[in-house]
Design a protein around this ligand. Structure first.
Ligand code: AMP
Length: 436
């Protein structure tokens, strides 16, 4: 099967060939023909599957084929949960649309809105945006959704997690009811199904990997180590293994900063990426990491979500996530595009329960190793942590900024009353924002 066989135009095929893609990925093969037919899609796609091209290519083809000779109203809208993902998707849109007369733009918070308004005013066919800033600009009448023909929700599960459901519904309320809807999500919770049923019309289900499955070539390693020894152990792993490009996950922003500082002190180049960092700092950290100017990127879950970092050999969980699905997302960063990868988790006694939940989800026992000199001294899970997290596992930790971030938390998951907007936008009635 080739891109041409999928029904894509020569201009688009040329652009993807220039990117070095020779054959469509499974999600592209399955989704593109349906999208070209104008159908709604509900797709389960892990990160790294090529889903961006999967929705962008057929949408570009539609836009190019039905273009108004004079006007450029906004006709396709891609909503993403994070600024980084928006920028990344837009980079792809630009590359794929190189040989078609389609204008695209990206909109997200944390940066000056004026140039964004000017771009929108000059006419854009396809827009990639995070929901908060987009609504702000809509309120300022800088953009209209009246002519939107295709709506794409990328990483819909994460958008729900981040409390964007109200913003999304608001945006949709300004759109024509007759439109094509494409929804991509790595997981399918009941909340996602509910959102999908409200938006999609007779969707075609596209699935490329069993739900919550991990990439085949990823090996999982668990090191049992005391909480207070984790930093030292991480430094040892990096130095002994001579690692050059490692993504390390911490559960909190504070934890990310602290670890980054200690790595730098130990002579290891590192940067942190999380919701408290300015957009400039986030972009720079990611760029430096991709260029190999820095070896280590320390990230919180949401900041790292959807980032396209190809062929990452190692991913380290400095702390296990308290939502087992996040483990799957995290390790989706390694073993990509058929390459082998290693997911390494540092697990202290408090986190044993998290490990069991992850094993349940993966249907696989993770092999634990103890390293000489780092033998855990505290092997009994503390009663308080165990009883606290009982029944609350799988619920999201609301206190991403906590300074005692290593502790498993058991705050209730946002239900209904979700935080509004992680981009720093004020909103009087909204509950406190959750920023990662
Ligand atoms: P995505 O899941 O959309 O973030 O894509 C993951 C990575 O796969 C990106 O680096 C894409 O450039 C790359 N990619 C997408 N489609 C293909 C393809 N058909 N062949 C090879 N690489 C691809």
């Amino acid at each position: 099967m080739s891109f041409k066989d999928l029904g894509l135009s020569d201009a688009l095929v040329k652009a993807v060939h220039e990117k070095g893609y020779t054959v469509p990925s499974p999600i592209q093969e399955k989704a593109i023909p349906h999208i070209l037919e104008g159908k709604d899609i509900l797709a389960s796609a892990q990160t790294g599957t090529g889903k961006t091209a999967g929705f962008t290519l057929p949408v570009l083809q539609h836009l190019a084929a039905t273009k108004h000779p004079k006007y450029r109203p906004l006709r396709a809208l891609v909503l993403t949960p994070t600024r980084e993902l928006a920028a990344q998707v837009h980079d792809n849109v630009r590359e794929y649309s190189k040989y078609v007369d389609i204008r695209s733009a990206v909109i997200f918070g944390g940066v000056n809105a004026k140039p964004q308004i000017a771009t929108l005013r000059s006419g854009v066919d396809i827009l990639v945006a995070t929901p908060g800033r987009l609504l702000d600009l809509h309120n300022q009448k800088a953009v209209s959704f009246k002519r939107v023909e295709v709506l794409i929700l990328d990483e819909a599960d994460r958008m729900l997690d981040m409390g964007f459901v109200r913003d999304i519904n608001k945006i949709i309320s300004f759109m024509p009811t007759k439109r094509q809807n494409l929804m991509f999500s790595a997981t399918f919770s009941n909340d996602i199904k509910k959102l999908a049923s409200g938006i999609l019309r007779n969707p075609v289900y596209v699935e490329t990997a069993p739900q919550n499955s991990t990439a085949k070539k990823v090996t999982h390693k668990v090191y049992k180590v005391d909480k207070n020894k984790k930093t030292e152990f991480t430094i040892k792993l990096i130095k002994d293994g001579n690692w050059n490009q490692v993504l390390i996950f911490t559960r909190t922003k504070h934890g990310a900063n602290k670890l980054t500082e200690k790595l730098i002190k130990a002579g290891i180049s590192a940067a942190a990426i999380h919701g408290n960092k300015s957009q400039g700092a986030r972009t720079k950290a990611l760029k430096n990491f991709k260029d190999n100017t820095i070896k280590i990127l320390v990230a919180t879950d949401i900041a790292a979500r959807g980032l396209d970092i190809p062929l990452l050999p190692h991913v380290v969980n400095f702390e296990l996530p308290n939502v087992p699905e996040d483990y799957v997302h995290r390790i989706g960063r390694t073993g990509r595009a058929g390459a082998a990868g290693e997911a390494i988790s540092l697990v202290c006694s408090e986190e044993s329960e998290y490990q069991s939940e992850i094993e349940k989800l993966l249907k696989e026992k993770l092999k634990s190793t103890i390293v000489e000199g780092f033998e855990p001294t505290d092997t009994d899970p503390p009663k308080r942590a165990a009883s606290q997290s009982k029944g609350s596992f799988g619920k999201k930790n609301n206190s991403g900024n906590s300074s005692q971030g290593n502790k498993p938390k058991s705050k209730p998951h946002f239900k209904g009353n979700k935080p509004s907007e992680p981009s720093g936008r004020g909103r009087n009635s909204a509950p406190k924002k959750k920023r990662y």
